[in-house]
Design a protein around this ligand. Sequence first.
Ligand SMILES: Cc1ncc(COP(=O)(O)O)c(C=O)c1O
Length: 440
Amino acid sequence: MSALPPADRWAGSRLRLERARRSLVGGVSSPFRAKFPVPLYFADAAGSRMIDVDGNQYIDYTLAWGPLILGHKHPALVEALRRQAERPHILGAQHDLEYEVAEKIQQLAPCAERVAFTSSGSEAVQLALRLARAATGRTLVLKFEGHYHGWMDSVLISHHPRAEEIGPLETPQAVPESRGQVPNAVENVLVAPWNRLEIVERLFEQRGREIAAVILEPVLCNSGCLLPQPGYLQGLRQLAHRYGALLIFDEIITGFRMALAGAQGVYGVTPDLATFGKALAGGPPLSAVAGRREIMELISDGAVAFGGTFNGNPISLACARATLGELERDGGAALARANRLGAALMEGIREAARRRGVPLQVSGFGAAFALHFTERSELRDYRDTLADDRAKLAVFLLRALEKGVYALPDGRMYVSAAHTEEDVSLTLTALDTALAETSN
Ligand SMILES: Cc1ncc(COP(=O)(O)O)c(C=O)c1O
């Protein structure tokens, strides 16, 4: 193995990564994780804190890319797992947790007349799209630039296209993003820029009768946490319905994070179908499609095929029941708190940037937000984020990591119910110094 600098605070992680690369492709279990300034190996975690194999401590703002809405090892989840350890781990058959958690989602999510469980967000999106195509008898799907709906061929299109390939604003190119992706996937997808209703309207005028569904992240979390403009989501619903298309909210991130009722509750726009995942079970893999009864029931009469060995597995559902129970407690205090602390962080970071004269935008909602080093005063769509200074962000994130603040490599920060006022204050001090070091 190569010699390491004696003062390398991440020596243990670097050594392990070097070893892992010889067996595990790329050394990581998801290539997104290789994008961190240093892909870290962790020894333990509890609440909002993590400790790596070199003994460095961090305040965790990655939350495992979203699921850990209650933080690490929340007592309610530990207890749920302990109890479930003594019960069947998987049945491939029916058990009480399935309808109990489905009923809970029904109570919480406005669109959820019926629920189906899957394991990952990518899978849930595929089921939602199949249902929409079956219900409408159409094939085309309208998606937005910068929005991520999983890594499958049919949707890994114009997630993060490069500036030179996106085409004009009025008529964006549908850009496939992986070698090996079937090239004709793009034929089934129309792409629009986010937050520009007039362009969507024109696309509907041209091809509205072919469009099965409009799918979107109601808050564009995967490209810098850009909020929808006032009336935009309502406008999309009206347009979709005017042309007989369905509206699908991909709430894999916003679900059980922005509010108990998701973004659909916050914005008062009920989609025909929605996907949930990540925070739903507080950690273990679980996702769901929820939506209008007559669309969802296409599954029960066999018209729409779907399956999955791990669907409705008791371990994930036990954790979902515990997580939703905790989130509901005291009138939803946990999410209110996560969002309040996140809003304080957002404002504190903005204030530090103003004080230091650093051009920085902080966008999003409290429990999920993102930092943009940019001269732009308004960030409306994915194209606006192309002007972000990503080299500066990378330096900033490295400086933040050295000071014990662990954020996602695209500058996103997630706040859980386990974060504290003290975390916020420590983080703001660390980030202020990181900002000073970055702007030098
Ligand atoms: C909005 C959205 N949809 C779908 C997915 C895919 O979920 P998964 O990674 O669980 O397959 C993600 C993952 O980050 C996501 O953010």
